[in-house]
Design a protein around this ligand. Structure first.
Ligand code: ZN
Length: 393
């Protein structure tokens, strides 16, 4: 099946119209006027007058996706004429996305640094998306909603501003995810939960500025535990009233269960959990979600090897010293055993090479010039190919 692609200019257009309904109304009428009442098309875009530079994405959309844009206009006008209200939570973007079965989101380089680069929730509610590319967007966090994309196989986050804690645990709900590109971010290790995702085949992670400096120090020291106490953040001025809803959400987040795909969890609760998800640290060992104001432990482990690399650092969060040890101790034992195994394989390889060389050497002889000949071909080589240039030299 051919990929159905949703592009960055479409997202920018719908985001803009959604935030400025007066502008949407103005363009809706203008487009309807030029295209005619019954699914026409606008051949001469000049007829629309000058489209301001700030709405460049509208020009692009009218060139490349005119049918889709006009379809949205017609549907919305029809809905208004019939006096039908929007369903709660429906937006222009969700309406547009629901008309088309998009399978790929190509959303690279759409936000500049300092701009509002919030990714609308509607994007993550598209069930068929297998490919999501968000390169060069200055993203400093990935919304928990990413866990809604249950069919996602490819996720590109290259060249953003992500740190370990800005990649949510809910990514583990993407059970088909094979490729994650995390090059050129601000990671000092990979998130520990990636180790729990057996579907993953490729992780790109080069160009993360602290990747070696801050974390590999722990690899080269002989400290007993790579466990660092971290105090809770005071500036977490969350306005979370401690309601029953809050406690239900806290326990669901801690359980690590994929609540997005659970039909028993109400839609409003899913949205509520997404809203507060970032305020929690989730213990990588037990089923505990703690508010960011809660102190805990940062645990560094190394996986040796991991996806073709000899050694990769991971960072986990643990709610107590016992949980931290339960993560660190077995990981360290495994790492040392794996390193010994690699050393042994390397030695075996060297020994094999030496054996082969000696066997080769013993079944050969030298010419006066120092060139080596295999015994069985010596006559032929000497006569035909060799001709001993060495003696001439
Ligand atoms: Zn714990």
């Amino acid at each position: 099946m051919a990929a159905e692609i949703f592009y960055g200019f479409e997202l920018l257009l719908l985001k803009r119209f959604q935030s400025d309904l007066r502008l949407w109304h103005e363009w809706k009428l203008k487009l309807l006027d030029k295209a005619g009442e019954c699914f026409g098309c606008i051949d001469a875009l000049e007829d629309l007058g000058d489209i301001p530079q700030s709405l460049w994405f509208l020009s692009v959309a009218l060139h490349k996706r005119q049918k889709y844009v006009l379809q949205l206009v017609y549907q919305e006008v029809k809905r208004e004429q019939e006096g039908r209200l929007k369903k709660s939570g429906d937006t222009l973007l969700s309406t547009y996305l629901s008309y088309h079965q998009f399978t790929e989101f190509h959303l690279d380089s759409i936000f500049k640094y300092g701009e509002d680069n919030k990714l609308p929730r509607e994007l993550f509610k598209c069930p068929n998306v297998t490919y999501l590319s968000l390169k060069y967007n200055s993203l400093d966090h990935l919304p928990a909603d990413i866990g809604r994309m249950s069919r996602l196989e490819y996720l590109a986050l290259t060249n953003n501003k992500l740190q370990v804690h800005s990649i949510p645990y809910s990514l583990t709900f993407c059970r088909k995810l094979k490729t994650v590109l995390l090059d050129n971010n601000l990671l000092d290790a990979l998130p520990g939960f990636l180790l729990k995702m057996p579907s993953i085949e490729t992780v790109h992670r080069h160009g993360n500025h602290n990747y070696f400096k801050a974390t590999f120090m722990w690899y080269h020291t002989d400290v007993n535990f790579r466990i660092i106490p971290v105090s809770g953040s005071n500036d977490a001025n969350m306005d979370i009233t401690e309601t029953l809803e809050f406690w239900a959400a806290k326990s669901l987040i801690g359980s690590k269960v994929d609540f997005y795909s659970d039909h028993g969890v109400a839609v409003v609760i899913k949205d509520y959990i997404s809203d507060i998800y970032d305020n929690f640290n989730i213990c990588n060992y037990c089923n505990q979600a703690c508010l960011a104001s809660h102190s805990g432990y940062k645990v560094i482990t190394f996986k040796n090897p991991y996806l073709g690399n000899t050694c990769v650092p991971f960072q986990h969060w643990a709610c107590s010293i016992d949980c931290a040890k339960a993560l660190e101790v077995p990981a360290r034992v495994e790492q040392i055993a794996a390193a010994r195994d690699l050393d042994r394989q390397y030695e075996d390889f060297i020994q094999d090479c030496q054996k082969n060389f000696i066997a080769y050497f013993e079944s050969s002889k030298f010419c006066g010039c120092g060139a080596l000949f295999r015994e069985e071909t010596e006559e032929v080589q000497e006569q035909t190919t060799h001709n001993c240039h060495c003696t001439i030299m």
